[in-house]
Design a protein around this ligand. Structure first.
Ligand SMILES: Cc1ncc(COP(=O)(O)O)c(C=O)c1O
Length: 246
């Protein structure tokens, strides 16, 4: 039993199926009442753990003006989600705060390639220290940071993986990985899985196998997307030049 609801939890899947179907699916009145009770019960309305952090006061444009500027002055390929996109104002560790101070638990990290949470004091302190010392230089000079980082990073890698190439973004990393693999193997074909996102540069667009990120310009020469289902079908020859899966 859940809270004041008289509905056993075992019937939760049936309730969820009913909820998904909307009110179109007829159910006996008593059962509907029980489902509503269950829906309102505390077990389906989780409370977030407390958080002592208080975000700063939002001090930029009002929400509607933000939307207008976004529509008129920002390139439309930077699309947003939801009818009323979130206007995120501040982050702290696993929390995000919108412009009204509403708190969200960030389970997604914005995008999946960024995963250290928000404004972790250790990360923030290191970035501030570096910016206060030297903001930019070039790979044509030695700089302590790159060696320190490369040494630490490669010490975590197995076997002979002892060389790091640091890039600014996931797209750049994948672009480079494709280039290095092609130069090293002298093969050009690349297999990617359908539905995978790997970046949006002209080169990497070839292995990003999602329609909305493909554009009608020359891209993706020798990139082949395969259905992820093939993984479950055992070994087979997929293309003339590519063997894969077992
Ligand atoms: C799995 C994966 N690969 C590559 C990328 C591209 O990374 P970036 O946006 O840093 O270029 C993303 C970005 O979301 C990603 O999720």
């Amino acid at each position: 039993m859940v809270g004041s609801a008289r509905l056993p939890l075992a019937r939760l899947p049936r309730f969820l199926a009913w909820k998904r179907a909307g009110t179109a699916r007829a159910l006996p009145g008593r059962e509907v009442h029980q489902y509503q009770e269950l829906k309102n019960s505390s077990c389906l309305q989780p409370k977030m753990p407390p958080c002592a952090f208080v975000p700063e006061k939002y001090d930029s444009y009002p929400y509607e003006q933000m939307l207008k500027i976004r529509q008129e002055n920002v390139f439309p390929s930077l699309y947003t989600c939801y009818k009323r996109p979130l206007l995120i104002h501040q982050g702290y560790m696993q929390w995000l705060f919108d412009f009204e101070g509403r708190r969200y638990l960030d389970l997604f990290g914005g995008i999946v390639t960024v995963s250290v949470g928000h404004c972790h004091p250790k990360v923030t302190a290191a970035a501030q220290k570096q910016l206060g010392r030297l903001g930019h230089t070039s790979n044509i000079y030695l700089h302590p940071g790159i060696q320190e980082y490369a040494k630490k990073l490669t010490s975590l890698l197995p076997g002979s993986l002892k060389v790091a190439y640091l890039t600014n973004s996931g797209t750049e990393a994948n672009d480079l990985a494709m280039l290095i693999a092609r130069i090293f193997t002298r093969n050009t074909d690349v297999i990617c899985l359908r539905g995978g996102y790997h970046g949006g540069s002209t080169y990497v667009m070839g292995i990003t196998a999602i329609g909305r990120y493909k554009h009608s310009v020359a891209n993706g020469a020798n990139c082949h997307s395969v259905s992820i289902l093939l993984c479950f079908l055992g070994g087979r020859r997929v293309f003339g030049t590519c063997w894969t899966y077992s």
